[in-house]
Every structure is written in structure tokens, then in C-alpha cells.
Design a protein. Structure first.
Length: 272
């Protein structure tokens, strides 16, 4: 909202529903990139938010302006950060002296073994668990889903079976993300990963150790990537994670192929 106010003030435009069209959105994007120096991914997020607000307003009769629907900016696909199977099992089996870090590890690994979103893990209760399944209604999509629990996930739940209300010791998202970086560093998750961003046509690349980019969402990506790598049926992965289209999975297949190629070089090709 602050960016919108500043942009319309500089452009001498009165902000209203009626002016939100392709020309306005293009100008706003150019302002964000050239003046505020925001990356394309963040710009796309802002435009998506504006369009969502406009759709909400049209449905409720605040405006009849549908011009925003004609504007389809190019989406910017982010990197997929994930733990390899070796990294995941190392973290899962690592002895941890600090109780709060052990709880963070267990909750994160549960996400890696099930593909559950953070919000659904946080709200998981014993009543959701029956006959080897986690049966939930996703907070994000409001759709019901039944996730089969593998032995790794069940072992984690057994550790917290006495909890009265929740099945997992899940902290706030902010605290989880903060502790995950410390946990990853402790576990030696130092594999170098790249973060590529674009600001207009300018390419920005930074290299970080894996532990610095660990967040709760990495757990879900770890589940998807390793499930594909292990040969799980694509339809099953989509059903478990609640994905609707194969388009989402294209980047995961690409990553898995790159991972396989790297493993082939590391093992067989090293003997040549």
C-alpha cells in the first residue's frame, strides 16, 4: 500500500479502482524495479496481490472494472531448495542436546516425510491420526486429504503421543525458520546453493550454504523431490501433497535429473 501511495503521488494520479488497468500496472512495475530496486519476483507478488484485491472487490460490487484481468505478467519461478536423502537422514538421526532444537528437528523432518504444509502441521491433532493416515482439511485450500504415514513419520509421532492437544511440537513459523538455520549449521548442511534473482533484465546471483536458506517450506519441497527420486508414482505424490496440475512438478523433475547426473558423476564416473 505504501508503494502504491508513493507511486500515485509521484505520477500525480488519484488512486482508485477505476485506474487499475494494464497501463497502470506496467507503470507501477517499472517504478518498483527502477526506483525502489525491487526484484522481479517480489514485483510479481505485489501485482498478484493487487489483482486478487480487484477480483475480491468486483465480486462484492465495489467496482465493475475488469481491466486488470487482461494483464498477465511473466511469472518468475523461484529456486527449489531441498535436502537430499543423505542430508535428511543425517539430520533425522543426529543426536541433539538442546531440547528445543530437537523438537524443531522432529517437526521439520515430519514435514520432509509427509509433504504437509507448515500450517497443517501446526494444526495437526491426535484426532487427525488414524489407521496409519493423517486425515486433514488443508488450511490453505480448504480441501480434505488423507496422507499415508511412512515409518519415519510414525516414529516421530510416537515421541509426542502424550501431548494433550497437538501431535507435533510446532513453534511459530518465524521461530521455526530462525531455529532451522541454527539446526542446519549444527548438522553441517553446508552444501552450496545458488539464489538467482532478476531486477528488470539484471541477473543477480548469490551463493549460500544450504543451512542459510532452510525454512519450513523446504520440508515440503524435500518430500516432493525425494519422492520423485525414489520412484514414487507422480499421481501419488500429487495426491499426497494436494497438487492439482503437472505444471507445478516440471521443475522438480528437472532438479531430480540434475541430482541423478551429479550422483552418476560422483560414483561411476569417478572410477573412469
Amino acid at each position: 500500500m505504501n508503494h502504491l501511495r508513493n507511486y500515485t503521488a509521484k505520477a500525480k494520479i488519484v488512486l482508485s479502482f477505476e485506474i487499475i488497468d494494464s497501463e497502470f500496472l506496467i507503470g507501477f512495475m517499472q517504478y518498483l524495479v527502477s526506483k525502489i530496486r525491487i526484484t522481479n519476483k517480489t514485483v510479481s507478488k505485489y501485482i498478484k496481490t493487487i489483482k486478487a484485491i480487484m477480483n475480491w472487490s468486483v465480486k462484492r460490487g465495489y467496482t465493475n472494472n475488469l481491466s486488470h484481468k487482461l494483464f498477465q505478467p511473466k511469472s518468475h519461478e523461484g529456486e527449489v531448495y531441498f535436502l537430499t536423502m543423505d542430508e535428511l537422514l543425517k539430520l533425522y538421526r543426529m543426536p541433539i542436546q538442546l531440547a528445543y532444537l530437537e523438537r524443531v528437528r522432529d517437526a521439520f523432518c515430519f514435514g520432509c516425510f509427509t509433504g504437509l504444509r507448515y500450517s497443517d502441521m501446526k494444526n495437526l491433532s491426535p484426532s487427525n491420526i488414524s489407521n496409519g493416515f493423517a486425515r486433514i482439511t488443508s488450511l490453505k485450500t480448504q480441501e480434505k486429504n488423507s496422507i499415508p504415514l511412512n515409518e519415519f513419520a510414525l516414529a516421530i509421532l510416537r515421541k509426542y503421543v502424550d501431548q494433550a492437544h497437538f501431535s507435533l511440537p510446532v513453534l511459530s513459523n518465524q521461530k521455526m525458520n530462525e531455529h532451522l538455520k541454527a539446526l542446519g549449521k549444527l548438522a553441517g548442511l553446508n552444501r552450496k546453493v545458488s539464489q538467482i534473482r532478476f531486477r528488470g533484465a539484471q541477473r543477480l546471483e548469490n551463493i549460500f550454504p544450504l543451512y542459510e536458506v532452510l525454512t519450513t517450506h523446504v520440508a515440503r519441497k524435500t518430500f516432493i523431490t525425494n519422492s520423485i527420486y525414489l520412484g514414487m508414482n507422480t499421481e501419488a505424490v500429487m495426491e499426497i501433497t494436494g497438487q492439482k496440475t503437472r505444471q507445478t512438478f516440471k521443475r522438480y523433475f528437472k532438479i531430480v535429473d540434475q541430482f541423478k547426473e551429479g550422483e552418476m558423476r560422483r560414483t561411476w564416473n569417478s572410477l573412469a
